[in-house]
Design a protein around this ligand. Structure first.
Ligand code: GDP
Ligand code: IMO
Ligand code: MG
Length: 465
């Protein structure tokens, strides 16, 4: 079976881009199948750093086809900017990139809605979105009547469709601004200042702009579902590049502090059109600690010198938005849940080097919620907000790991830390990353302690046993 998936098991930014770039060497097609320009995936090779958003991280290798499927919400301006940026640095893009005609398009009103509405959760909390129009575009996709897909740009009725939608959106945006003025919705409460009303959307200008995008993108647009099915049936090796992390999954994450797509392993088939039976291996990617950007609970967050150590050493600032990431200890309750949810076979533990220099390391192996010990990740965010981590303490290491290339050379304390993560998640650690560069990667034969079977039964909460 020819498919490998790379899935982030936390709240995004687990270094999926680095891993995909490395694994691309053994694959022929790399597939982005959900999310959009909210993703920021970094690849570092020598003195070159690449920041990819919509284009798969496989694009840097020549003999590979990169596919953006219909499950992705596509901002044409962003993808064109990315194509131009890659070409200007000598990367071969033309024959290698395929964009699905089924991908839903992000329009200016989606970005306006995103910025207007974040902060309007009850209680005035903000999701802290990336402001890339992701949620509103997926909302229109599911709602159907206000949606435009990439393939629609090449149809005769595009202008009529656009004019109808723009008229509707102008009324909607105007009403929202009026409601905000009247204090009826808590618009942008979390983001601080309230956005000023914008001039009405101009259908003619948007039409002309999107016609230019259509011409630029024409060489890349095709039916990628048919392409992927043909290739998977022909035995080609596919690599699926998850965006975001499983805890941001719209159905299974920390709702409502999530993104708007299925970012856990469950989204691969629906987003790509490739049935799950073709997936041979799922690699769950974790950071050696936890980070989160935006709102929502992060039970192991460290708002103290430990958190600052992680942020500074891990350079924990958003790839796309540059926002400082919230940092904390590794949360094995959360990652065990998402490893099971995504059907993970093996773990890749990234940014292990960042933990160097700390005397003690903590791993959260259970929570206390309302006085009860809980080992199962809560389904309701209010319970997660109350979760107090129960930590195991392990010895740290002072050595700099960044030049190590073999599992055997890791300090015993680092091996013990990795083994404990493997045990708690019930999966072997197969890959360890000790720096941003491609080369700073260790492929390990899992030690015997990690080669145990997956847990046969879910770990239970004290409440339900
Ligand atoms: P992604 O969204 O999952 O692809 O991750 P990002 O690229 O947003 O964030 C990961 C960051 O960690 C990037 O700046 C990478 O260059 C960096 N990085 C990746 N692996 C390592 C590592 O092992 N150690 C350190 N120190 N940095 C790493
Ligand atoms: P990669 O692929 C980290 C977060 C946002 C916000 C929430 C919803 O680089 O790991 P959205 O704009 O999607 O509606 O925002 O999800 N978020 C990410 N956090 N990494 C990402 O992508 C993210 N994509 C979205 O910060 O909290
Ligand atoms: Mg990222």
């Amino acid at each position: 079976m020819p498919g490998t998936c790379v899935i982030g098991l936390q709240w995004g930014d687990e270094a999926k881009g680095k891993l995909v770039d490395i694994l691309t060497e053994d694959h022929e097609i790399v597939v982005r199948y959900q999310g959009g320009a909210n993703a920021g995936h970094t690849v570092v090779s020598g003195d070159q750093t690449w920041k990819l958003s919509l284009i798969p991280s496989g694009i840097l290798r020549d003999a590979v086809v990169c596919v953006v499927t219909g499950g992705v919400v596509l901002d044409p301006a962003s993808v064109i900017k990315e194509i131009d940026g890659l070409k200007s640095r000598g990367v071969l893009v033309g024959p290698k990139l395929k964009l699905s005609d089924r991908a839903h398009l992000v329009f200016p009103w989606h970005i306006a809605e995103d910025r207007l509405l974040d902060g309007s959760l009850s209680g005035g909390e903000a999701i802290g979105t990336t402001g890339r129009g992701i949620g509103p575009c997926y909302r229109d996709k599911v709602g159907r009547s206000l949606a435009i897909r990439l393939g629609d740009l090449y149809r005769d009725d595009f202008r009529t469709k656009l004019e109808h939608i723009v008229a509707f959106k102008n009324r909607l945006l105007n009403n929202w601004h009026e409601s905000a003025d009247a204090g009826a919705v808590g618009i942008a409460a979390g983001g601080g200042s309230q956005p000023s009303p914008q001039p009405p959307l101009d259908a003619a200008a948007i039409h002309s702009q999107y016609m230019q995008y259509a011409e630029r993108l024409r060489p890349y647009v095709s039916d990628t579902t048919a392409y992927l099915l043909d290739n998977v049936e022909a035995g080609k090796r596919l690599l699926f590049e998850g965006a975001q992390g499983a805890l941001l999954d719209i159905d299974h994450g920390t709702f409502p502090f999530v993104t708007s797509s299925n970012s856990s392993g469950v989204g691969v088939a629906s987003g790509s059109g490739v049935p799950g039976r073709w997936i041979e291996r799922v690699i769950g990617v974790v950071k050696a600690y936890s980070t989160r950007v935006g709102g929502g609970p992060l039970p192991t967050e460290q708002m103290n010198p430990i958190g600052e150590h992680l942020r500074q050493r891990g350079r924990e600032y958003g790839t796309i938005t540059m926002r400082p990431r919230r940092c904390g200890w590794f949360d094995a309750v959360a990652a065990r849940y998402t490893a099971r949810l995504s059907g993970v076979d093996q773990l890749a533990v990234m940014l292990l080097d960042v933990l160097g220099g700390l005397d003690e390391l903590k791993i959260c192996s259970a929570y206390t919620i309302d006085g009860n010990r809980v080992e199962q990740f809560p389904s309701h965010v209010d319970d997660l907000k109350k979760a107090v981590p129960i930590y195991e303490t392990l010895p740290g290491w002072q050595e700099d790991l960044s030049s190590l290339r073999s599992y055997d050379d890791l300090p015993a304390t680092a091996k013990r830390y990795l083994a404990r993560i493997g045990e708690l998640l019930g999966r072997p650690v197969a890959i360890v990353s000790v720096g941003p560069d491609r080369e700073q990667t260790i492929f390990c034969e899992p030690p015997a302690t990690q080669q145990k079977q997956w847990p046969r039964h879910p770990l239970r909460t004290s409440a339900n046993t």
